[in-house]
Design a protein around this ligand. Structure first.
Ligand SMILES: NC(=O)c1ccc[n+]([C@@H]2O[C@H](COP(=O)([O-])OP(=O)(O)OC[C@H]3O[C@@H](n4cnc5c(N)ncnc54)[C@H](OP(=O)(O)O)[C@@H]3O)[C@@H](O)[C@H]2O)c1
Length: 334
């Protein structure tokens, strides 16, 4: 019996368990393509999948890991060849279908993104779902009219995965980035990623009875939600847009219609999970080229930690506690 090494999560004998075990390859689920995983990474959703109360896992046991990059070792699809370097993320991966925290992953050929020239498994997973979401956000803001030189673009949750990647991508596009963070010691790091200015999270998460405040932002990438998204809307400049992707600060939204009907503000919803595959492949091409953060290959800037499968549970807990700075990579062979 051929097996692979995987982190599995789920209820075992009445207890929530996270354990590295040998899994038969025949148990990896359906799919035409078998990938030898080079790297995965840790996202907020992975933290939820690894938590008894996270409510995102839809099979039990589950091999989490919503992102993976590696090399195809078996394929029954004419569209994907053995030896191809690929990226796979989103759809059911890591929630309803076994994911990237494994030495091997079996996936649908329809989920496969060919590795763009200029990226490899490591840099692709440094970007991962977080960076893909940041790329969708920047693309949506620019499609709605934002141009370099228009003014300050706010990034909230800036030290997290989506936030740090958005800082790098916006800076690469020539925007002036203002990064909001709750981590007082992260200012130098955020400047290194490309932020022109760093402001404290207490300002961007403050609640206010006022429906509108001073017009400040030309655009915003918000992965925090809650009071922070309400702040971004009421301080957006006339005609500006907010790309909203997350809820680390809460899923509620207490706002009024005033930003929309008096300032023509746009609220742009961002979803990385069900992005159609052709668009997904096109956005990855942009990540490798015009959206590529200038520091992506420079480990002295992002300095992503690399953990093995045994190290993943602690990282799942850390990301849920809001303690992440940048990205953590997972090397399943470590
Ligand atoms: N829509 C999609 O397709 C999609 C895709 C990926 C992620 N997401 C969502 O985007 C969010 C961020 O994901 P991620 O992987 O980047 O997570 P992450 O690495 O943990 O980043 C989130 C950041 O939010 C800030 N934060 C944490 N708790 C907060 C609080 N209570 N109030 C305000 N800010 C808080 C922290 O940054 P500072 O300390 O710097 O403030 C934290 O680093 C999550 O909600 C995730 O589910 C959505």
């Amino acid at each position: 019996m051929v097996t692979c090494r995987s982190l599995t999560v789920g209820m075992r004998e009445g207890e929530w368990t996270r354990a590295v075990v040998d899994v038969p390859v025949s148990d990896l689920g359906d799919g035409e393509v078998l990938v030898e995983v080079g790297f995965s990474c840790v996202n907020f959703k992975d933290g939820l999948a690894g938590s008894a109360t996270g409510r995102v896992a839809r099979i039990d046991p589950l091999i989490p890991g919503v992102d993976l990059a590696g090399v195809v070792v078996e394929s029954s699809s004419p569209a994907v060849r053995v030896g191809d370097a690929v990226i796979v993320h989103g759809y059911d991966v890591g929630v309803a279908h076994h994911g990237g925290y494994s030495t091997l992953a079996r996936v649908s050929a329809d989920w496969v993104v060919p590795m763009p020239a200029g990226l490899d498994a490591r840099t692709a997973m440094l970007v991962g779902t977080a960076g893909f979401t940041a790329a969708l956000s920047v693309a949506a803001l620019e499609a709605a009219g934002l141009q370099p030189g228009d003014g300050d673009v706010l990034v909230t949750g800036a030290t997290g995965g989506v936030g740090s990647m958005a800082v790098g991508m916006l800076a690469r596009r020539g925007h002036r980035v203002v990064a909001s963070s709750g981590k007082a010691d992260a200012a130098d790091w955020l400047h290194g990623l490309g932020a022109a200015e760093v402001i404290d999270r207490s300002e961007t998460s403050a609640e206010s009875p006022k429906p509108l405040e001073r017009e400040r932002w030309a655009g915003a990438v918000d992965c925090v939600g809650g009071a922070t998204l309400a702040y971004a809307l009421r301080t957006m400049r006339y005609g500006g847009s907010v790309a909203a992707s997350g809820l680390t600060g809460g899923s509620g939204l207490a706002t009024t219609v005033m930003p929309f009907i008096l300032r023509g503000v746009n609220l742009l919803g961002i979803d990385s999970v069900q992005t159609p595959i052709d668009r997904r492949r096109a956005v990855w091409q942009r990540i490798a080229t015009d959206l590529r953060p200038s520091w992506l290959d420079d480990t002295s800037v992002m300095g992503a930690e690399v953990v093995g499968l045994e190290g993943v549970p602690a990282e799942m807990d850390r990301i849920l506690a809001g303690g992440m700075r940048g990205r953590v990579l997972v090397d399943p062979r470590r």
